[in-house]
Design a protein. Structure first.
Length: 156
């Protein structure tokens, strides 16, 4: 059972910051190229983990992780390849399903970003559009590893 938030008022802040968002990948180098070359993130570091301790932490028997952490501004993504040959593509997650559903990326010209990314072969749900009064102009596509990405341009 989760404790009521009111029980914790007045205590020291529990979470100080979000360090990174982890994304499981099918092929680490393909995903690194996308986030580095298309999104414009910089590689912060790479790492390799294996053994009993990491297997316990991630709850994956005999885990072998190859990791690349990329950064853009204050956002870090941790790409993790578990090296399992039996990786399988899961069905496209419906946006109304609870849990992490997309990553939004601010762009200066959403129409141009849409055209360029479409030319690279990325499939979009729709063309960019404003969906609410004074809202941003947005569109969604799937990046590597079936992660839903949003191109986001604030309305001027």
């Amino acid at each position: 059972m989760v404790a009521d938030v009111a029980e914790h008022e007045g205590r020291e802040e529990l979470v100080r910051e979000i360090v990174h968002i982890g994304i499981g990948v099918f092929d680490l180098e393909t995903s690194v190229r996308f986030y580095r070359d298309v999104v414009g993130m910089e590689i912060e570091y790479r790492a390799h983990h294996e053994g009993e301790k990491i297997s316990r932490v991630v709850d994956v028997p005999d885990a072998t992780l190859d990791i690349c952490v990329l950064r853009k501004g204050s956002v870090r993504l941790e790409l993790i390849d578990y090296g399992k040959p039996e990786k399988k593509q899961v069905a496209y997650k419906d946006q109304s399903t609870p849990g992490l559903i997309h990553i939004a990326m601010k762009v200066s010209d959403v129409d141009e970003a849409y055209r360029r990314m479409k030319a690279m072969g990325y499939g979009f749900n729709s063309e960019p559009m404003v969906t609410r009064e004074n809202g941003p102009k947005i569109c969604y596509f799937r990046g590597p590893d079936n992660v839903v990405m949003e191109l986001y341009q604030p309305v001027k």
